[in-house]
Structure formats: C-alpha cells, structure tokens
Design a protein around this ligand. Structure first.
Ligand SMILES: NC(=O)c1ccc[n+]([C@@H]2O[C@H](COP(=O)([O-])OP(=O)(O)OC[C@H]3O[C@@H](n4cnc5c(N)ncnc54)[C@H](OP(=O)(O)O)[C@@H]3O)[C@@H](O)[C@H]2O)c1
Length: 352
C-alpha cells in the first residue's frame, strides 16, 4: 500500500512531538510536512524543545519547519496540534483548500456540522462531514478529537450508558502537567501544590460527552440527555489525567454487570484491527488503590491507548455508582486517538 502523506501542524509543541514519535514507524502514514508558528523557517532540531523520552528521531532534526499555510503543505491527511486561537483562523483555510484535517484543538468542536469523534464510541458521526462540506463549500473538512479529559471519561461512560441509561454525571479531575502544553505551568505554582482551576476546561468536559454520546437526527448531532457537572484541578503529575466520577442511571445498577460490560467493550477499531487500536479499550482494575497515573498511564496493548477504570462501587442508592478513570492525556487524549481516527477514516475510505 502507498503510504499516506501526512502533515503535522504545530509540530514543535507537546502534542506535535507525540505525533512525530507515534508516527515514526507507522505502517500507513508517512510525515511529509511539519509546520510551526514562531519556529517556521528553522530546523526542527533547533526549533523544538524536545521533552520526550526517547530522543528526538534523527530523521526530523534537519527538516525545516514550514509556516502554517496551505501552500506550504503537501499531505493527504493533516493532524492539527495548534492552540485554539491559531486553529480558529488556520484550519478553515486548509479545509477550504481541500485538506482533510483531524484537529486536537477545541476551535470547532461546538459546531453542529463538526463531528467530535472517539473511534470506538461514535464513528457514525463521521457522516456529518458531507453536510459540513456542502454547507461551508469546502473541498476538505475538519473532524475533531475530543478534549483530553472528556475523552477518557466518555469511553468509560459509553458502555454504562448503553447498559443503564445515564441521567447525570459529576466528575472531579486530577489533571497532569503535560495537559497544559509548552512551556507549561510555572514550577513555583505547582510544586507542592494543587491548582483548583483550569481555564475553560470544565465547560468542555460538561458539553463534549453529551455531543459524543448523542445521535444523528435530521442532518445534525442531537446531544444525549445527560447532565454533566465537572470540577477540574491541575496536579503535579507529568502525564495521565485521573478522574473521580459519580454516575446516576435510569436503571438499577448491578456492579458485576457494569464491570463485564466495561471489560468486553469494543468498537470498529478493534473489529478492523487498526494499527493504533488497543485490543481492549477499557481495562478494569480490581485493586482498591488503582488506577494510578504513574502505574497505569501506559496501559493497553498499544501503550497509552488503554483507558483504566477502577474503584467501581455502588453509590448511596440503587441507581448510582462511583468509579475512577485514568487515561494518558497526550496519547489517548491527543495524538494517539487522532491517529486512530485517521486510520478509521482510511479504513472507511473517507480519506484515500
Ligand atoms: N497537551 C495535551 O495533553 C493536549 C491533549 C489534547 C489536546 N490538546 C490540544 O492540542 C493543541 C496543542 O496542544 P499542545 O499542548 O501541544 O500545545 P503547545 O505545546 O503550546 O504547542 C503549540 C504548537 O502550535 C504552534 N503554534 C502556536 N501558535 C501558532 C500560530 N499562530 N500559527 C502556527 N502555529 C502556531 C507552536 O509552534 P511554535 O513553537 O513554532 O510557535 C507549537 O508547535 C491545543 O489545542 C490543545 O488544547 C492538548
């Protein structure tokens, strides 16, 4: 198979670096363009403050970072790791010029004609892309990866919602430092500390699961009728967002059935054996003190793509339960999920 030409917008940032690493030996995608903002025109090795282990892949060190403009890019698929402010301006220009964009930013997630997709949860929402192209007169399109916190939460909620119909979710998050991107939270603010606020995060965590769990009705996505309330906190872990989740359901909770449903949950990526798909999207831990960020963030047969759920227990009445959810924010919550979405679009021939 001919490899699919792939561009990374915002390639020097936290998520951009993850793309370089995860796509290094990808069987379908080959990186052909890297773009940046202030780093445009420089060699990638000089422009990027590489923070990942292992070292920066040798083949990218001398690649010149291009300006983030359509005429500079040669690609069949674009992964956009731009900040929201830049994505708002830049991504429509690429879509108008015919490029297929999968975006990690929140810039277009709130629009009816932009699908926010978790490949295992709502691949049917990709049908909205045709409406988007028609309505906006674009040859290309924008599809969105969800917010990194909403993503782990929604994967865990999907099988529970299918089983018991969820009414309400209350979530408190403990979010890792890498979630803030580069240069990140000042060390003097976060060392020996927890910051009980992350700008604009609670709004995203409250809205996005309802859109993702919603249904397509009359050419638009009708959000699921679930009330989600969130409190978001920044904690001094490096990677891996941990979430304490309370769920109220329409039907009575049987904890063993909930566990079975979570463990056996699979989606199209598993059916199609896509390269980035973990064999099991949800891993259930029985120990009373798991999941933990340091121990569980790289869970999954594809490291970092498994969502770990633990401390599953009854709430105070028969229609409620508690659980903890952990997912790797830059892999499952960022580039890993976007790559999986790209693979799904290739498998479905949305991208050729
Ligand atoms: N960090 C996470 O865990 C995470 C997870 C999921 C989604 N996201 C989302 O992914 C996106 C990237 O996040 P990040 O953490 O990687 O951010 P980051 O570390 O701040 O990186 C931002 C990248 O965008 C480039 N850029 C900034 N302004 C630009 C402009 N005006 N034009 C062109 N390029 C510009 C930067 O290039 P220069 O260095 O050349 O300026 C850099 O490569 C954000 O929308 C974020 O919300 C982040």
């Amino acid at each position: 198979m001919r490899k699919i030409k792939t561009a990374i917008l915002g390639a020097t940032g936290m998520i951009g670096q993850n793309y370089l690493y995860l796509l290094l030996n990808h069987p379908w995608f080959q990186i052909t363009s890297l773009t940046g903002g202030e780093s445009a025109g420089k060699r990638y090795g000089a422009a990027s403050r590489w923070l990942m282990s292992p070292d920066m892949p040798k083949q990218f060190k001398d690649v010149i970072v291009k300006p983030t403009e359509p005429k500079e890019v040669d690609a069949d698929i674009i992964f956009s790791a731009l900040p929201t402010s830049a994505a708002k301006v830049v991504e429509p220009k690429f879509a108008e010029a015919g490029f297929h964009i999968i975006s990690d930013s929140s810039a277009f997630r709130q629009y009816d004609d932009v699908p926010v997709v978790i490949p295992e949860v709502n691949p049917d929402h990709l049908s909205i892309i045709d409406i988007q192209k028609r309505k906006r007169k674009w040859d290309g399109f924008i599809a969105s990866n969800p917010n990194c916190t909403a993503l782990g939460l929604t994967i865990a909620l999907k099988p529970i919602h299918d089983l018991l119909k969820i009414n309400k979710v209350v979530i408190t998050t403990m979010q890792a430092l890498s979630g803030a991107g580069l240069p990140g939270v000042p060390s003097l603010s976060i060392t020996d500390n927890v910051i009980p606020f992350i700008a604009e995060e609670e709004e995203k965590v409250q809205l996005e699961p309802c859109k993702i769990l919603g249904s397509i009705e009359e050419d638009r996505i009708k959000p699921a009728d679930i009330r989600v309330e969130a409190s978001c906190n920044r904690v001094p872990t490096i990677d891996g967002h941990l979430e304490s989740v309370y769920v109220e359901t329409k039907e009575r909770v049987d904890i063993d059935r909930v566990k079975d449903t979570l463990v056996s949950f699979k989606g199209k990526p598993q059916e199609q054996k896509l390269p980035m798909a973990p064999a099991q999207p949800i891993i259930v831990r029985e120990e009373e003190d798991r999941p933990q960020p340091r121990l569980d963030r790289l869970a999954g047969s594809v490291p970092g793509m498994g969502v770990t759920v633990g401390r599953i227990r009854r709430g105070s009445d028969a229609n409620s339960l508690w659980l903890h959810v952990l997912s790797h924010n830059t892999i499952r919550g960022g580039s890993g999920s976007s790559i999986l979405l790209g693979e799904l679009m290739v498998a479905l021939k949305i991208i050729q």
